[in-house]
Design a protein around this ligand. Structure first.
Ligand code: BG6
Length: 481
């Protein structure tokens, strides 16, 4: 696929566009990573013109890009790339004006950051205006449906105009440096792979904690909840990257073939297992970093049974992972913002030190806010003693910002937008992956519904209800805090 010469941005005046997409595109433009001729055509319902859209973009850059990273000349040349065409996505006749702005429709990238209910009409409009040529590529932002059936309906509508090889489904976690680093760590080193299985690993933990609450996303979030907002996509992608077999190449087919095998091997958690394998929580009033925060129901303005926290015990039913639990937890209003993966290795089979303090190795992959890879190793405690060696666990840390101090850290959307424009699909999610993810999530939700499993309250600023602790403690495992 040759690089696109036009990028069509649907939802161009929205929050994601202002916070992430325009600043990311600016970063790529300022660093000379975009083709000098690439034009960015924003579209949305608002009746702006190009000048007003450029003014909006300039303001977004001021708000979201640090001053030293936006020299006036770079900003001016970025704004020059921008054009704007107002469009009511449901009205077919508006698309001709859009097509007129697009140069070569076969070198076109389209980014849909709009409500999914508009996807169908938008695809029809694009195809009708000749914007579904074989070289065009289409990126879709979440949410791609709210269950398997609705996700299939969206995928079918899109497939009517664009083949899978032209569809770029976004999971922004795949654009994060540390997430890609997981691939480097697993498949660029010989050290881990021989132990990366049920013989070497006791369990895996994946935690994504956020301190924010609803953030004004009332309708969207209350209709989704943590399971569908975070686990269905980001956390299952992380799990798949941890658990997959080594792909033969870093290419879209090889990597995604391996991920989908993992997702399809997830053991269903149905009505019989939801009580023992899942926990649903909702935050009550509490405090975060010393600041009082309101309960979810108060923020929402009404009572709700939506979970703002979920913890799960998952299994990947294949040879490699037999009997190894994957504990997942994510929530809003947690004590800190932290995303990390913990790989807990098994204990040595026999300790010649007879030392009760001997701890199994642990690999800690911190995704955010710190980007760090830490390995806990046992070492000798320095000093003399008459009763044998004393050992202590010490961390071996690679702080990535320190190790690569000379390289600027990129935000996820910079990676993903560059790959979209240049046509690389590896870090985008394939249809079969999304559908395997929904299949697993739908079974959990059906189990919750069938057993009437209610949300358990937890004070804001804590790691969820006490049942989440019991979930792992029953297995003799503690969450890594
Ligand atoms: C989004 C969710 O997909 O990811 C949000 O809809 C969540 O609810 C966000 O806050 C988290 O992303 P990040 O990059 O801040 O971890």
């Amino acid at each position: 696929m040759s690089a696109a010469t036009s990028l069509l941005l649907f939802g161009a005046t929205g929050d994601l566009s202002r916070r992430m997409l325009l600043p990311s595109l600016f970063g790529l433009s300022a660093d000379g990573l975009l083709h000098p001729d690439l034009r960015i055509i924003g579209t949305a319902r608002s009746g702006l013109d190009t000048a007003a859209f450029r003014a909006m973009a300039a303001q977004a850059l001021e708000q979201h890009v640090e001053a030293e990273r936006r020299p006036p000349a770079a900003v001016a040349s970025f704004l020059d790339r921008l054009a704007y065409v107002p469009l009511d996505a449901t009205q077919a006749e508006g698309y001709a004006a859009l097509a007129a702005e697009v140069g070569d429709p076969c070198r076109l990238a389209i980014f849909l950051s709009t409500a999914p209910r508009l996807f169908g009409a938008t695809i029809t409009g694009l195809a009708g205006a000749g914007l579904a040529c074989a070289g065009a590529r289409l990126a879709l932002e979440k949410p791609l449906g709210h269950d398997l059936a609705s996700s299939r309906a969206i995928n079918d509508a899109v497939a009517g105009a664009y083949p899978e090889s032209q569809i770029f489904r976004i999971d922004h976690y795949l654009g994060k440096e540390t997430v890609q680093n997981l691939l480097a760590l697993r498949f660029g080193n010989i050290l881990f792979e021989p132990l990366w299985n049920a013989t070497g690993i006791d369990h895996v933990q994946i935690s994504v904690g956020e301190t924010v609450g609803l953030e004004g996303r009332t309708d969207y979030y209350d209709g989704m909840g943590a399971l569908r907002d975070m686990v269905q996509n980001h956390m299952l992608q992380l799990l798949a990257l941890v658990a997959m077999e080594p792909p033969a190449r870093f290419d879209p087919a090889a990597v995604r073939d391996e991920k989908v095998k993992v997702l399809r091997s997830l053991r269903p958690i149905g009505p019989r297992d939801v009580e023992s394998h899942s926990v649903r929580g909702q935050y009550d009033a509490g405090a975060i970093l010393g600041q009082p925060v309101r309960a979810y129901a108060d923020e929402l303005g009404r009572a709700s049974d939506t979970e703002t926290f979920v913890a799960l015990k998952a299994h990947v039913d294949n040879w490699r992972w037999r009997g190894v639990p994957f504990y997942l937890r994510t929530g809003k209003r947690m004590p800190e913002r932290v995303s990390e993966i913990i790989v807990q290795f098994r204990a040595v089979p026999h300790s010649m030190f007879g030392d009760a303090t001997l701890k199994p190795n642990k690999l800690i992959i911190s995704i955010q806010p710190d980007e760090n890879i830490g390995l806990r190793l046992m070492t000798k405690l320095p000093g003399l003693g008459r009763d044998g060696l004393k050992l202590r666990a010490v961390p071996l840390d690679i702080g990535l910002p320190g190790a690569f101090a000379d390289v600027r850290r990129r935000i996820a959307y910079e990676r993903l937008l560059l790959d979209l424009v240049e046509g690389r699909q590896t870090l985008f999610v394939r249809r079969d992956e999304v559908e395997a993810q929904w299949t697993w999530i739908d079974a959990i939700r059906a189990g919750w519904a069938e057993t009437g499993m209610q949300v358990k309250p937890y004070p804001a600023g804590t790691w969820g209800p006490s049942q989440a602790i019991a979930l792992t403690e029953r297995d003799g495992v503690s969450w890594h805090d």
